[in-house]
Design a protein around this ligand. Sequence first.
Ligand code: ATP
Length: 310
Amino acid sequence: MNHTSDPVVEVVDLRKSYGAKHALDGLDFDIRTGEIFALLGPNGAGKSTTIEILEGFRTPTSGHVRVLGASPWNADAAWRARVGVVGQSTADIDRFSARELLRHFAGFYPDPRDPDEVLEAVGLAPHAGARVRTLSGGQKRRVDVALGIIGRPELLFLDEPTTGFDPEARRRFWTLVESLRTDGTTILLTTHYLDEAEHLADRVGVIAGGRLVEIGTLRELGGPEARTPVVSWRDADGHHRSERTHTPAALVSELAAALGGEPPELSVHRPTLEDIYLDLLEAHAATAGSSATVDEHGGRPTTNAGTATR
Ligand SMILES: Nc1ncnc2c1ncn2[C@@H]1O[C@H](COP(=O)(O)OP(=O)(O)OP(=O)(O)O)[C@@H](O)[C@H]1O
C-alpha cells in the first residue's frame, strides 16, 4: 500500500492529439490513495486515451502526469509490478486454462495473490481448469480481471471491466472491487454504467470531447439544483409547461386551484442520475458547438494484463 499523502495519480493540463484531432484537450485531476475514481463519458470522449497514458501505453502530446511518482511511459519493471491493468480487449492467450495463466503470471510479481483465491474471488473456480477459449465472453472477461489483480497491485486500472457480465457477475465483481478497496488498492475505473459508478466510485470525472466537464462525488454531479423536482403540465391555452421547484406539492395545489381541477398531463419528476448526466453532456455539447460523436478508434494496443503489460 502507498503510505504517502501524495496523490497516486496526478494529471495537469494533459493533452493528446492524433494529427489534427485533439483527443484530450487539457485534463486536470488527482486520484488519492485508496480512492475509487470513475471516469464517465460518451463513446470517443477520451477515457481510454487517458487511462492508456496513465498505464504507460501511450505518450501524451503535452502535460504533467505522475503515476505512483513516475512518468508511466518511462517507468521500470518495479513500477509495473505495482500496477494492475484490465484493458478493454479480452485475454487472447486462450489455449491455456485460467489457473495455468494465473500461476504463470503470479511468478512475475514479488508478492502475488494466491491464484486459487483469485479464481474463487472472480467466480471462475468451477472453470479454473478449462481452456480460456472454451469460456463464454463474460467468463473470459473475468480472466482479464483475475490477471489484473494477481500481482496485488497498489493501483488498478479497470477499463469498462463489466461489459458482457450478467447481472449476478456484475454484483459479484462489485463485491470484489469493494474488497480490493478495503485492502487499500487505489482504483481508476471507466464505465458506461451509471449504477456501477454510483455503487463503487468515491468520486467521478465526467469527460466529453477530451475535456473534464465535471469532477466530484456523484451526489454533487450537476450542482445543488440538479436534483430539484420538475412539475410539468399542459396549461389552459394548450402549451406544455414545466417548472423546477423544491415544493412540488404546493405548486400542484396552486395549479389545481387556478385550473379549477386536475391539471392536464400533470407529472412530478425528480431527475435521476441518468437525467443529470445526460443534461451535463447536452450542456457541454451546446457550449462546444457540436454534439458528442461516436467514434471508431483504430490502433489501440492490446492492454490486457496477460499480454502487453508484462
Ligand atoms: N490511435 C488513434 N488514432 C487516431 N485517433 C484516435 C486513436 N485512438 C483514439 N482516437 C480518437 O480519440 C478520441 C478519444 O478516443 P477514446 O478511445 O479515448 O474514447 P473513449 O472515451 O474511451 O471511448 P469509448 O467509450 O468508445 O471506449 C476519439 O475521437 C477516437 O476516435
